[in-house]
Design a protein around this ligand. Structure first.
Ligand SMILES: [Zn+2]
Length: 91
């Protein structure tokens, strides 16, 4: 938690198999972030975790992996479950 960087996200479009994807590019670290792993970056937020890439080509490969695997569609976010647990303790 203490080690947060402040990204300067810039939205940029990349081409994956002829389809345009809007992805995040951080001008501070010069990293590309996967918009599926960390969608908050598209709104200028700081993702807690995600997949970052130095090269656009690597991000393209990663997005292709999303397309061909079902895990993201089945489980958009696993983190939310933990938060729910905390709330039920107070009840
Ligand atoms: Zn991803």
């Amino acid at each position: 938690m203490g080690n947060r960087w402040t990204p300067k996200w810039k939205k940029t479009e990349i081409d994956v198999d002829g389809k345009k994807y809007e992805v995040c590019y951080d001008e501070v670290t010069r990293l590309y972030a996967c918009p599926m792993c960390s969608p908050v970056c598209l709104n200028g937020g700081v993702p807690d975790h995600g997949s970052y890439f130095f090269h656009q080509a690597d991000l393209v490969k990663h997005i292709k992996a999303h397309k061909y695997s079902l895990w993201t569609k089945m489980r958009p976010s696993e983190v939310e479950e933990e938060e729910e647990e905390e709330e039920s303790e107070e009840d």
